[in-house]
Ligand binder design. Structure first.
Ligand SMILES: *Cc1c(COP(=O)(O)O)cnc(C)c1O
Length: 370
């Protein structure tokens, strides 16, 4: 009998989430209302030391509207990594600004500070680093560059709920930060996004843009969207918020077990953590030999029923949608990472038996190719 499949990611939804949805449905108030407001406040207290937060219907909306609220628009450039989910560059492009793709540093897969410096032009308005896989970007160096050149930082914290740098929580480091609440992220509201804001003015602009440009009903001040979160989603998010720290601790323990199990296997390079960083392991990502990665990915699934994921196989500056922003651009570390990375299951539902199976499977599959 084939062993049970271990998925690469697994959202955890319990009786409390179901009860919370039922409570909202029975109340008759299901669009944006009191649950959203409470969720915003609880999220702020939990993760970002009370910064003002604005809930929206997705991380991508939050990132797009955050950029608009921060004044990014046509004629501006925003420096972004190419090694990320397409939403990062998309949100810049959607404002009419130009995403300027730069390379990553090889240790933590985050923006390379020297590459950022080299990409600055008179049109650069800000830098949008990604806390990729749940590991914060190189905050000290990127902040120093931003300060030196008078640039804003916009955080893509989609994958990094609870991560921190030198004791400073992610989500408190930029003009705004976006957290995604998509089902596979470290916590979910179904779909959703939370934006943390450094100023009340950015928060006010975000609230306007989220709701047709209205603060007062039918007194529309600016041209806006409908990107409101529903109370149904907020109720799920509030329950998840009470559980996320326990899940993060599980992710960190799972990562430690995988590190220990995989350390001695030639051809597997386990993830590094910067000494200033708290990593929340949205993904546990190893590097493999480029020529072996796809074979290992397939064999884990087909021979061992172990799921894994490639995040991300195509650098954003090579995507058909975004390539026109960067004709002929060569980002060697980005290209190398795209060929070498494989994310193994690290989610909180894994048992000790699952972790042993993952280690044994990776060891067997990697050795078979040597
Ligand atoms: C998930 C994700 C987003 C977008 O969030 P959604 O909630 O899916 O819209 C943006 N950036 C990164 C790095 C992500 O992982």
């Amino acid at each position: 009998m084939a062993p049970e499949f271990i998925p690469a990611a697994k959202p955890i939804i319990g009786d409390e989430e179901r009860a919370a949805v039922d409570r909202v449905l029975r109340s008759g108030m299901i669009a944006q209302g009191p649950e959203v407001k409470t969720f915003e406040q609880e999220f702020a207290e939990h993760f970002v030391q009370g910064r003002t937060t604005v809930a929206v219907n997705s991380g991508t909306s939050g990132q797009h509207l955050g950029l608009l609220a921060a004044g990014v628009g046509p004629g501006d450039e925003v420096i972004v990594p190419s090694f990320t989910f397409a939403a990062t560059g998309n949100s810049v492009a959607l404002t009419g600004a130009k995403p300027v793709f730069v390379d990553i540093e090889p240790d933590f897969f985050t923006l390379d500070p020297e590459a950022v410096r080299a990409a600055i032009t008179p049109r650069t308005k800000g830098i949008m680093p990604v806390h990729l896989y749940g590991h914060p970007f190189l905050v000290d160096q990127i902040e120093a560059i931003a300060q030196e050149h008078g640039l804003a930082i916009y955080e893509d914290a989609a994958q990094a709920h609870g991560a921190s740098w030198d004791g400073r929580p992610v989500g408190t480091l930029g003009a705004f930060a976006m957290f995604s609440l998509y089902p596979t992220k470290n916590m979910t509201s179904g779909e959703g996004g939370m934006v943390t804001c450094s100023t009340e003015e950015i928060a006010r602009q975000l609230r306007l843009l989220r709701n047709q440009g209205m603060e007062t009903q039918y007194a529309n001040e600016v041209i806006g969207f409908n990107t409101r979160m529903t109370d149904i989603h907020a109720a799920i998010g509030r329950v998840q918020l009470a559980k996320v720290d326990g899940w993060t601790a599980r992710r960190q323990r799972n990562a430690a077990a995988l590190n220990a199990g995989l350390a001695e296997i030639d051809g597997v390079r386990t993830p590094k953590v910067h000494e200033n960083a708290v990593h929340v392991y949205h993904q546990y990502t190893v590097r493999l030999d480029a020529g072996e990665r796809d074979r290992i990915h397939t064999a884990l699934k087909e021979e061992h029923s172990v799921g894994s994921g490639v995040y991300y196989p195509t650098p954003n500056h090579r995507l058909p949608s975004l390539a026109h922003f960067a004709p002929g651009l060569d980002l060697p570390e980005t290209e190398r990472a795209a060929r070498e990375v494989l994310s193994l299951p690290v989610h909180p539902s894994l048992t000790e038996g699952d972790l042993e199976r993952i280690v044994t499977a990776v060891a067997a599959v990697v050795r078979a190719g040597r």
